[in-house]
Design a protein around this ligand. Structure first.
Ligand code: SAH
Length: 484
């Protein structure tokens, strides 16, 4: 009986790992497909241009050089992406034959599991088709990303904590051939000097690369925009709208925080990690939690592998010709990062924990652990927002000093799973702000401050179109439930 159970568990674990490898391969392939997909766009622009009557073409003599420039920008974006992928150490054996895995359970598992790759991918599609661009929807983590990491950017070490396995290998020093770039796409990718790249990692091998749907490559473009939000000077305005009020509030809530034993702050849905880093620099033991490998691969690279400010140049705005004031605007370079994370003054204990917030923090080991929870553009990523709120309440410390146990939230209620038509297994509880607050009160929160703040999210500051949110910003305190 016991042996059977062990066998069952072992098989389940193998299936989970196979799924995870598949999912991670798909994400890596999406990154690797970026140059080809971008090139395809330029070919389309060229085709349309060629169809112009000669008289009209003559009015746009600069267009051929614009196309050339676009290709140069794509190549430089690709250079950044491949350098990032090279630094990534997959947590799993990427060479295993998951496609050959014909276990009938795998299929059931894929369809039944709550984080199946298929379901998440289609959620992103429905976001796009509903007219809300994937990029303007902040909640766009769309693949099965379940592993957990703890990384410590100060020491460039990535550790596992508690029951969570690390998904990244250790830091920069151990990555071989750091300056080489993977030759991993069907079109030749070269750096700005025309050098071809070669891959030191087997899992970057072109033969293992999948052809992923274009929506996956869109997610890569979204990541590039997220980089601007978190790690470029151009993103400062947006960060001042979103992160600054949170940081000021944390500072005010913990006025006499101790350097010896700093308060602990959790940032679920940490994205590319800037907010979690700023919280760390403010004197908190800060932990970001994030379940998207797209995000984790990128944040780990910037946090752990940056050597200087402005080390990388990317061209985030080349992928759209719409609402552009000038070609120069569209083709402008953005230097990243705007700060050097390792010398930003972080507090010891800064970490990024990969994994689903519900899976990781619903664990009994997390009860009453955190002094503060900060959610920024996160709570509407839930299938069941009530569950998120319940967990946030559970993991906050109980009792203690006034000024502690706070939940600071910033963001809209653009429910991520609201447009998931026809996915029977999925649920999406879409509460109004009024109901969200009622639920929070039920779980022991008291509203201390509330405000509406207007902000953008990963918006091109020079675009003729700017989507604005009227974000809810609140501080809630967890009331004592027991008298001591
Ligand atoms: N806080 C960041 C990112 C907001 S977007 C910012 O303000 O820029 C929401 C983020 O939450 C995405 O990065 C998404 O991948 C992540 N996310 C969504 N559901 C999650 C979950 N269940 N657990 C952990 N992270 C999640």
């Amino acid at each position: 009986m016991e042996i059977e159970e062990d066998e069952e568990r072992r098989r389940q674990r193998k299936l989970e790992e196979a799924l995870e490898v598949k999912s991670l391969r798909r994400i890596i392939s999406a990154y690797l497909n970026y140059p080809e997909a971008a090139e395809e766009d330029v070919r389309r622009y060229e085709k349309s241009f060629k169809k112009l009557p000669p008289a009209h073409k003559a009015l746009l003599p600069h267009y051929p050089s614009k196309f050339k420039n676009l290709r140069r920008c794509i190549s430089l974006n690709s250079y950044f992406i491949f350098t990032m992928l090279q630094a990534f150490e997959p947590p799993l054996d990427m060479s295993q034959d998951v496609d050959g895995c014909k276990d009938p359970h795998l299929e059931n598992f894929e369809h039944g599991h709550c984080h199946s790759e298929e379901r998440n991918a289609s959620s992103c599609q429905s976001v796009s088709t509903s007219g809300r661009m994937c990029c303007s929807n902040h909640a766009q983590a769309c693949s099965q990303e379940k592993s957990n990491i703890m990384s410590n950017p100060t020491t460039e070490e990535v550790k596992s904590e508690q029951q969570h396995e690390p998904i990244f290998g250790s830091g920069a020093g151990e990555v071989e051939n750091k300056n080489e770039i993977a030759e991993c796409c069907s079109n030749d990718v070269a750096d700005s000097n025309g050098n071809a790249f070669s891959s030191p990692h087997d899992w970057l091998d072109p033969s293992l690369q999948l052809n992923v749907p274009l929506v996956d490559v869109d997610k890569v473009r979204c990541i590039i925009r997220n980089i601007v939000r978190d790690w470029a000077a151009e993103g400062e305005k947006e960060r001042n709208q979103c992160y600054k009020p949170i940081l000021e509030e944390l500072d005010a809530q913990f006025p006499n925080r101790s350097k010896e034993s700093p308060p602990a702050c959790l940032v679920p849905g940490a994205g590319l990690g800037r907010l979690a880093l700023e919280i760390s620099c403010l004197g908190f033991i800060s932990q970001g939690n994030e379940f998207s490998y797209y995000m984790m691969i990128c944040s780990s690279f910037i946090l752990n592998h940056t050597e200087t400010t402005g080390q990388w140049t990317i061209y985030p705005w080349i992928h759209s010709n719409c609402n552009s004031l000038s070609d120069n605007d569209q083709l402008r370079p953005v230097l990243i990062p705007d700060i050097h994370p390792a010398s930003a003054g972080i507090t010891e204990g800064f970490s990024m924990c990969g994994g689903d917030f519900v899976e990781v923090y619903n664990d009994s080991s997390q009860i009453g652990v955190w002094d503060a929870v900060v959610t920024c553009f996160f709570i509407d990523t839930a299938h069941n927002i009530i569950e998120y709120i319940e967990i946030i309440s559970r993991i906050l410390k109980e009792g203690g000093l006034v000024g502690w146990q706070v939940w600071i939230n910033f963001g809209p209620l653009l429910y991520h799973f609201a447009d998931m038509y026809g996915q029977e297994d999925d649920m999406s509880i879409e509460l109004s702000l009024e109901d969200v607050k009622k639920i929070a009160f039920h779980y022991g929160f008291k509203l201390e401050k509330e405000q509406t703040i207007e902000t953008t999210y990963t918006t091109n500051p020079r675009s003729m179109m700017q989507n604005h949110y009227h974000a809810a910003f609140w501080t809630m305190r967890k009331k004592r439930t027991t008298t001591t």
